[in-house]
Design a protein around this ligand. Structure first.
Ligand SMILES: *Cc1c(COP(=O)(O)O)cnc(C)c1O
Length: 430
């Protein structure tokens, strides 16, 4: 494993300038396919006897650089990039699970993931029990004989609960199932779940890692530590009919999972990342450290300021002294807690809708992690499809506003919110 530090790896890993014509920037290899030297070469590539590029749905040199960088930054052995964060989640689960299998998941989830687990996977015979993740023992309590994965977000979006990853990973180990962690909100600069026992890390690259709001992407990173031969995953130890009898565990050893993601998951489900988007995401990744530090310090300042505003009923940010996650944030996110802040208004649902309509610098849209500041009212948008109990479980209350604090000057962000609050002052005083 390289001894280079975070930003050096973010800027250099995976790109050999000498083999790429001296290009300082990573080139965009915008090609669907690759010319084989001859029919033997082609046959060897298809039988995995020789490594190489076959077709961009499966691998691509630009995507390859991004994969190597993200694997290095998270401390994994290898990675596969996907068309979106959602594709990273679905490709991971469809690679590992089959009809009859069961997931135990944290209930504090991104709305899209919650819907996938709650409504779509059951149509394929894969069911989920959602648990309160604040007590790691809840995962084991909900586990059944057919449970095959534990799933959680290291920092829940939008609840911003910081999980005891070490505690949950111990439960997963005892139950002999992989612990999958969505690390989108934290980013590998603030938190590396593999250091705390995660087996598989996924990200939406659409958010902080890209950072500029231009491109969707996702990644699956394999820690390379899970024992797929423990009896619960026969598809890794028995000949694969989808790959001419290949026994993943025997041939690919610790890379069995990530190889299966690429040569079966990408091949069969097709959620490949465009090389152009990989290029855009690489530009973002190169400056991740400086950006996420500034996002975090701007967010903490704004959260403290919000606590002093009379229209505000409560503020939730893991770095605040008042947060019930402060102790876990000190342990798991000592360098900062990202740019996502949530708060509630004394005026409730209607005031929240008014404020998101009135801000000028904060853009009303469904995203986080952009360099520009963003605002949304989840109860009427991203979490609209969930019933009240499900909204409460995922941390969404009717009065909640989610901010993704960008890199603008903090005084301008405060003035923007102050101006918007002035429009609800009458409601508060009633
Ligand atoms: C946005 C997001 C996703 C989904 O990613 P897309 O790139 O939008 O598909 C998954 N998990 C979390 C925590 C997210 O914030």
């Amino acid at each position: 494993m390289s001894t280079q530090k975070f930003s050096t790896q973010a800027l250099h890993t995976g790109h050999d300038v000498n083999s790429n014509g001296g290009t300082r920037a990573v080139p965009i290899y915008q090609s669907t396919s690759y010319v084989f030297k001859d029919s033997d070469h082609a046959a060897n590539l298809f039988s995995l006897a020789e490594p190489g590029y076959i077709y961009t749905r499966i691998n691509n040199p630009t995507n390859d650089v991004l994969e190597q960088r993200l694997a290095a930054l998270e401390g994994g052995i290898a990675a596969v990039v996907t068309a979106s964060g959602t594709a990273a989640t679905s490709t991971t689960l469809l690679t590992l699970l089959k009809a009859g299998d069961h997931i135990v998941s944290s209930n504090s989830l991104y709305g899209g993931t919650y819907n996938l687990f709650k409504n779509t996977l059951p149509r394929l015979g894969i069911t989920t029990t959602f648990v309160d993740p604040s007590d790691p023992a809840n995962f084991s309590k909900a586990a059944k004989e057919n449970t095959r994965v534990f799933f959680a977000e290291s920092v829940g979006n939008p609840k911003l609960d910081v999980l005891d990853l070490k505690g949950i990973s111990k439960e997963a180990k005892a139950f002999k199932v992989p612990f999958i962690v969505d690390n989108t909100v934290a980013t590998p600069y603030l938190l590396k779940p593999i250091e705390h026992g995660a087996d598989i890390v996924i990200h939406s690259l659409t958010k902080y890692i890209s950072g500029n709001g231009s491109s969707l992407g996702g990644v699956i990173i394999d820690a390379g530590k899970f024992d797929w031969a423990n009896g619960k995953f026969p598809e890794f130890t028995e000949p694969s009919p989808g790959y001419h009898g290949l026994v993943y565990h025997d041939v690919l050893k610790e890379a069995a999972f990530i190889a299966k993601v690429r040569i079966e998951g990408l091949r069969d489900h097709g959620a490949a990342l465009s090389p152009y988007n990989a290029f855009q995401i690489i530009q973002g990744l190169e400056t991740l450290k400086v950006r996420i530090k500034e996002h975090s310090s701007n967010a903490l300042k704004l959260a403290k300021w919000l606590e002093g505003q009379e229209e505000v009923a409560w503020v939730n940010y893991p770095g605040l002294e008042s947060s019930k996650y402060k102790a876990l944030a000190d342990k798991y996110l000592p360098e900062g807690q990202s740019g996502v802040v949530t708060f509630g208004l004394k005026g409730g649902y209607l005031s929240a809708k008014t404020v998101v309509d009135e801000t000028q610098i904060f853009s009303l849209l469904a995203n986080i992690g952009d360099t520009k500041s963003l605002i949304i009212h989840p109860a009427s948008t991203t979490h609209q499809q969930l019933n009240e109990k499900e909204q409460a479980d995922t941390g969404v209350t009717p009065d909640l506003i989610r901010l993704s604090v960008g890199l603008e000057d903090i005084e301008d962000l405060q003035n923007d919110l102050k101006e918007a609050f002035s429009k609800i002052r009458n409601t508060v005083l009633v």
